[in-house]
Design a protein around this ligand. Structure first.
Ligand code: NAD
Length: 462
């Protein structure tokens, strides 16, 4: 008989959430993790540490730019980088220990080490082989580089290295104006680095609503980030304490060189499946190197499932978590399901950027009749009081039925505000449903209501 009902490989947000839910639903569960601490990329070298640095550097920005106007006088704080790192490490520790506590509380066994699947039903970790009815691969992703660029985590770093640089660089070159490039680029710009972001496409944050992306770029520029779009990086020459980035501008093929103390490569991530033994098992992969699954996360091999960054879909911690919960429910005989039409995306810069559902570009492309309700934070009293009036809320609704199709927010607490719209979308709400819901005053949320009002008879404060 198998030792376990379920063994999950990987303890990132997909794996640990799945493990806890499996255990809560009565399945005997173990989770294999080879890192020293639980939580995967997100907790150890991703979402959580980057938010600590974003928070700390934002406080510095507030002190430097807004305190005096509020009557808070005095010298701005200076940066003690070692202390900021130790604050960040402490935040990581609290979170990873938290997962360890939750595993104990829910009776999930942590099998320490790196897993290999020698055959369906068996998981080998070091010298030991454990057996399970169901094996779930939640092994996540790793940074992907580009030709001509070798990450050494010294002068040429991935997001992992960028979170723990020995000092704040004078000049930081960032390759890729996606989520990582702009979040970490913002951190170092606020801490005093000269930051240049090189982006291959003509727009930053590809896939984002164009309207928002344009506004976002303007605001980042105001914060001192130099952004070069249409820049094809040809290679990086890493010297001992410096690097030279060679790139061509796609519009005229002109050649350029950028000198930097550190180069951050933020050109995407790729599924991490190394060492699992998938080839030998005959697990089918997609053309993009992801594990192919059916709608119930089953791979081509019976008894083996996969969730999170290692399968198709956006590489987002919360998408992985939802898949983890859904799969646990499926394995426990319930009807687990993820609604991929309502998965929010957030960039934790200042202002934050958040989106859910369709972009205006995609609706145009699909030829769907829609209406736009837009409201600027300039008309929001709370935002003005808090020096946070940059940005807007934009709601897209079906032209006939008024059903909400998507929403895009750039502004204060956008990553929180978006969830009101997610809930509305899950309930199939019309913009009018939001517009007729009383919103407390004064809150940023009123801007969401005003955007919903703008889909109908019009907002009040613009
Ligand atoms: P990304 O896909 O968000 O952005 C990569 C960027 O690099 C794109 O804009 C792309 O056009 C550009 N690029 C690619 N090749 C290039 C080249 N040769 N020269 C210049 N630019 C080039 O990837 P990322 O920022 O590395 O993030 C990786 C993954 O992690 C993403 O899936 C992201 O969603 C996820 N992530 C999410 C969050 C969040 O939700 N806040 C934070 C960090 C990471």
């Amino acid at each position: 008989m198998a030792n376990y009902d379920v063994i999950i490989i990987g303890s990132g947000p997909g794996g640990y959430v799945c493990a806890i839910r499996c255990a809560q639903l009565g399945l005997k569960t173990a989770c294999v993790e080879g890192r020293e601490t639980l939580g995967g990329t997100c907790l150890n070298v991703g979402c959580i540490p980057s938010k600590a640095l974003l928070h700390a550097s934002h406080q510095l920005h507030e002190a430097e730019h807004n305190f005096a106007q509020m009557g808070l006088k005095g010298k701005s704080p200076s940066v003690d980088w070692a202390q900021m790192q130790s604050y960040k490490d402490d935040v990581i520790g609290q979170n990873t220990k938290g997962i360890e506590f939750l595993f104990k509380k829910n009776k999930v066994d942590w099998i320490k080490g790196w897993a290999r699947i020698p055959e369906p039903g068996a998981v080998e970790v070091g010298e030991e082989t454990h057996t399970a009815k169901h094996i779930i691969i939640a092994s996540g992703s790793e940074p992907a580089s580009i030709p001509g660029v070798e990450i050494d985590e010294n002068t040429v770093v991935s997001s992992t290295g960028a979170l723990s640089l020995p000092k704040v660089p004078k000049k930081l070159a960032v390759i890729g104006a996606g989520v990582i490039g702009l979040e970490l680029g913002s951190v170092y710009a606020r801490l005093g680095a000269e930051v240049t972001v090189l982006e291959y496409l003509d727009q930053i944050t590809p896939g984002m609503d164009t309207d928002v992306a344009r506004n976002f770029r303007t605001l980042l520029k105001k914060q001192g980030l130099e952004i070069v779009t249409g820049a094809a990086v040809q290679g990086v020459e890493a010297l001992k304490t410096k690097a030279k980035v060679a790139y061509t501008l796609r519009k005229d093929d002109s050649e350029h060189q950028l000198d930097a103390d550190v180069v951050l490569v933020a050109t995407g991530r790729k599924p991490f499946t190394q060492g699992l033994g998938l080839d030998g098992l005959g697990v089918e992969m997609t053309k993009r190197g992801q594990i192919a699954t059916d709608a119930h996360y089953k791979t081509s091999v019976d008894g083996i499932y996969a969730i999170g960054d290692v399968i198709e879909g956006p590489m987002l911690a919360h998408k992985a978590e939802d898949e983890g919960m859904a799969l646990a429910e499926i394995l426990a005989g319930q009807a687990g399901h993820v609604n991929y039409d309502v998965i929010p995306g957030v960039i934790y810069t200042h202002p934050e950027v958040a989106s859910v559902g369709k972009t205006e570009d995609s609706l145009k492309e699909a030829g769907r009749a829609y209406k736009v309700g837009k409201f600027s934070f300039m008309g929001n009293g709370r935002a003005k009081a808090n020096f946070a009036a940059d940005g807007f809320v934009k709601i897209l609704a079906d032209a006939e039925t008024d059903r909400i199709l998507g929403a895009h927010i750039i502004g204060p607490a956008a990553g929180e505000l978006i969830h009101e719209i997610c809930v509305a979308m899950e309930f199939g709400a019309a913009a009018e449903d939001l517009a007729r819901t009383c919103h407390a005053h004064p809150t940023y949320s009123e801007a969401v209501r005003e955007a919903a009002l703008a889909c109908g008879d019009g907002p009040i404060h613009s």
